[in-house]
Structure formats: structure tokens, C-alpha cells
Design a protein. Sequence first.
Length: 94
Amino acid sequence: MSDNTREQSEISAPLFVTGATGYIGGRLVPRLLDAGYRVRCLTRNRRKLEARPWAGLEGVEIVALPAPEGPVTTTNSPGAMRKEVSSSASSLAR
């Protein structure tokens, strides 16, 4: 196991991935899992995400974003869903 893989597998909080049903996100999640990361996938459509072959694997958490009733607030925004994650996929690409 490389030092990089070992460091990644020691991360206790999952990585937050949005767009996991899209072209890039759908290919990113299995790679993150293979590298030892746990992932938390945010989706508006749980069924669409559950259709992915990796959706039922250990290390995958699916969070369905409810349609907000009324204005988006700090408690029902996608940003609130990022609590307790070690990083978002967009910050890994930098």
C-alpha cells in the first residue's frame, strides 16, 4: 500500500460528492472507493443514484436532498449537508 493510499484510508469522515449521477461524479465515486475513501453522495433523485452499481457498496452513504419548502435557509441548504465531511470532491481537484 502506498503512503498516499494509506493516508487516504485513514480519513475518518467521508468525502462529500455532488453530481454522483453525472458523467464525472459517476466515475469519480468508484475511484474514491478503490482508493480507500468513504463517500457521501448528495442527490435530488435517490432512485437514480441507487441504480449505480457502486451505490450499495460499503463506504457509500446516500443523502437525498429534499426539495426545500419556502426559501433555502442555512439548515436546508446543500452547504448544511457538508457538515462532518473531510473534504468535497471539488477541493480535491485543486
